[in-house]
Design a protein. Structure first.
Ligand code: NI
Length: 251
């Protein structure tokens, strides 16, 4: 069974066939759980609406680093989190690849959202792009439960994340031809700390690069990780589903 711990099903690329995906395609293709993540207030509300509409869909609410310029409305996130199918605060974190929101604002708003998650006893879903040192510094200080999504760090960074009792999320990037860093991470991270994700509609794995991604494509990620770790695909899917249910408190 496939548990996709990170997707963006509010994206308008799903407007034409969202019902068909969630009501037919996913149930028939072994998708047993999806976390759809908000990135701004509007998409957070949409994530909650989707979780309410479809079984096996859960929401994460949070403000993406590039949307934190004017400060995060914590009260709004708190009230959205009141819904029983909101299982995490995310997607939050630090984005240093693009010259957008100043780093001090990103860090401040990341930390404010972590503190909300800690207060609500929810895990965080963390975006970290080219910001390993600052991300680690904040996580060490605030100690949330959670996952580093689309993990892109070295084995050294993975080691620090595991020390914090957090999970590592791997997706399409492990299947890319030039994937050295994520493959090393996949080899290093123990199976009880791994979760799978798509970041749909982005990050389609080989052999679907360039197409719209959806949760069923996780099977290619699982196959690749199974090869790297020399275990069966079934074991990868079973363990990562178990991990996801534990992390997000979903039965
Ligand atoms: Ni994402």
């Amino acid at each position: 069974m496939i548990f996709d711990t990170h997707a963006h099903y509010d994206d308008d690329r799903f407007d034409g066939d969202r019902d068909r995906l969630f009501n037919e395609y996913f149930p028939h293709s072994g998708v047993c759980g999806v976390i759809t993540c908000g990135t701004d207030e509007q998409s957070c509300q949409k994530a909650v609406d989707l979780a309410e509409k479809y079984p096996n869909v859960y929401a994460a609410v949070g403000i993406y680093p590039e949307n934190t310029e004017n400060g995060v409305n914590i009260e709004k996130l708190r009230s959205l989190s009141n819904h029983e199918k909101v299982k995490a605060i995310g997607e939050i974190g630090l984005e240093y690849h693009y010259e957008g929101v100043p780093h001090d604002i990103q860090k401040r708003e990341f930390e404010r959202q972590i503190l909300l998650a800690n207060e609500l006893c929810l895990p965080v879903i963390v975006h970290n792009r080219e910001a390993h040192n600052d991300t680690l510094e904040i996580l060490k200080r605030t100690k949330p439960r959670g996952v580093i999504h689309c993990f892109s760090g070295s084995v050294e960074v993975a080691k620090e994340i595991l020390k914090l009792d957090m999970y590592i999320g791997l997706g399409g990037a492990v299947t890319f031809k030039n994937a050295r860093v994520p493959v090393e991470a996949a080899r290093y991270v123990p199976l009880d700390r791994l979760v799978l994700e798509t970041d749909a509609p982005y990050m389609s794995p080989v052999p679907h690069r360039g197409e719209r991604c959806d949760s069923v494509m996780i099977k290619y990620v699982a196959e690749r990780i199974a090869k790297i770790k020399q275990v069966s695909v079934e074991e990868i899917l079973e363990m990562t589903e178990k991990n996801a249910r534990k992390l997000f408190n979903i039965r």
